[in-house]
Design a protein around this ligand. Structure first.
Ligand code: MEV
Length: 441
């Protein structure tokens, strides 16, 4: 039976834990101590974590790792990654190494425009609304200036406001579609603040004094997480023969198989979802490490992957005139100032490790992480298969699950060098080892 409580957020942190343990964790006091053991020893740091969210009880650990030796536009990066999936950082590092002596990764930021919308209903004179729009736009820009002045001085601000007529899709439905440049900030809060002000002004301006007989009704004002014009391209290329023999497959055959692997994701949504998931293994890990919003970034990418009317691959590959080229165009709205960037200690260090990049450079690094991850996955998939590397990395998780000792882990790591890893094979190996060494659990 589920238990409810009023005013939970008003309780102290310990009271909140007590309530949770009593009602949902069998009143097991040892779990209370365990939960509290994840608190940071420095109260100031812990308070900061607590205040990131509501009803915070403790911290939830995720591995923070790095993928070194990434050559991007001639500069070497060590890329911080936060991810729980065992094989991702290893795969990433493998790709970094593979491309290091082939010119590395190249990138280009294509555009940095973000979008926000005021959605409203208007059932009055459509033609009048449209003819009045230039004046409305000028009044909105003027009226919102006090909010944009800082961003303007940083080289950003509101780029344009359009009136979008969607009445053919839904009776009376219009939008103000506002485009923004938010420089080094992700910009969602700035955009939402400006939009809400525009909505207020819109309501005031479309009134009888200006010749309208109907009012507008504001439905909502919100940033769009679909930012196809905040776009970065990353690519790798080399002569086919420079690919070398890959896992026993000739360079030419590998190039063709790899290209076909990408093509399948271009045409088949089932494969595309998995293919793009692999891309976000890399992107999200950097996004989280740098304190950005991985939900926004993923939502955007998946809409972009369907921009041609069907869901497909975010990456592409060509093999032409003896040149292998593999690239990705990724919409990425990220920030290097604001948000958690100066508040979360490890986020701050991630930015330092990357050389405190501007937002554009961070877009490039994230796109490279996605492409590198995708390269590693396809390289394995089209040659030896994914399980060999994946399960090798997963081996430690299985061993930990089976409560293996350090000695047993050392033995297993050597034992499985040339064997298939699965729960069953590890179980059998451990049982044999324990019966010989009399260390059974
Ligand atoms: C697993 O997290 C990601 C892959 O499935 C990606 C892919 O299939 O391309 C290996």
């Amino acid at each position: 039976m589920s238990k409810t409580i009023k005013g939970y957020s008003k309780l102290s942190k310990e009271e909140k834990i007590d309530w949770l343990v009593k009602n949902y964790l069998n009143d097991d006091r040892s779990i209370k101590s365990e939960i509290m053991s994840y608190w940071h020893e420095d109260n100031a740091v812990q308070n900061r974590f607590d205040e990131f969210s509501e009803n915070t009880l403790t911290n939830f650990y995720m591995p923070f790792g790095v993928a070194p030796n990434f050559l991007i536009n001639g500069k070497t990066y060590c890329i911080p990654m936060v991810i729980e999936e065992s094989s991702v950082v290893a795969a990433m590092s493998k790709s970094g190494k593979f491309w290091q002596d082939k010119g590395g990764f190249k990138t280009e930021v294509i555009s940095t425009t973000k979008i926000g919308q005021v959605h409203f209903s208007f059932f009055g004179d459509k033609a009048l609304l449209k003819s009045y729009f230039p004046s409305l736009k000028a009044q909105l820009l003027e009226g919102g200036k006090y909010l944009t002045v800082n961003m303007d001085s940083r080289g950003g601000g509101v780029l344009d406001i359009e009136l979008v007529d969607l009445t053919e899709k839904e009776d009376g439905y219009f939008q103000l579609k506002v485009s923004f440049e938010t420089c080094d900030s992700m910009g969602a809060n700035f955009i939402n603040t400006v939009l809400e002000e525009y909505a207020n002004l819109l309501k005031e301006i479309i009134c009888t004094e200006n010749g309208f007989t109907e009012k507008v009704s504001i439905i909502m004002s919100i940033v769009s997480n679909y930012t196809p014009d905040c776009l970065v391209r990353a690519w790798v290329e080399c002569k086919v023969e420079e690919l070398g023999e890959v896992s026993g497959i000739s360079a030419a055959d590998f190039a063709q198989k790899f290209k076909m692997g990408v093509r399948i994701a271009e045409v088949d949504p089932h494969r595309a979802a998995t293919h793009n998931k692999g891309i976000y293994n890399g992107v999200d890990a950097v996004i989280i490490a740098t304190g950005n919003d991985f939900r926004a970034v993923e939502a955007c990418g998946h809409v972009y992957a369907a921009k041609d009317g069907h869901y497909g691959s975010l990456s592409h590959c060509s093999v032409e005139n003896g040149i292998f080229k593999f690239w990705i165009d990724l919409p990425l709205a990220v920030g290097t100032v604001g948000g958690l960037t100066q508040l979360h200690p490890m986020v701050k260090h991630s930015h330092e490790i990357l050389g405190n990049p501007e937002a554009k450079a961070l877009m490039e690094i994230c796109a490279v992480a996605g492409l590198a991850q995708n390269f590693a996955a396809l390289r394995a998939l089209t040659t030896v298969g994914i399980q060999q590397g994946h399960m090798k990395m997963h081996l430690l998780n299985i061993l930990n699950y089976m409560e293996a000792t350090n000695q047993e882990k050392d033995y297993a790591l050597t034992y499985f060098i040339d064997k298939i890893v699965s729960y069953t094979t590890v179980r059998v190996m451990l049982d044999q080892y324990r019966s010989v060494h009399k260390t059974a659990k």
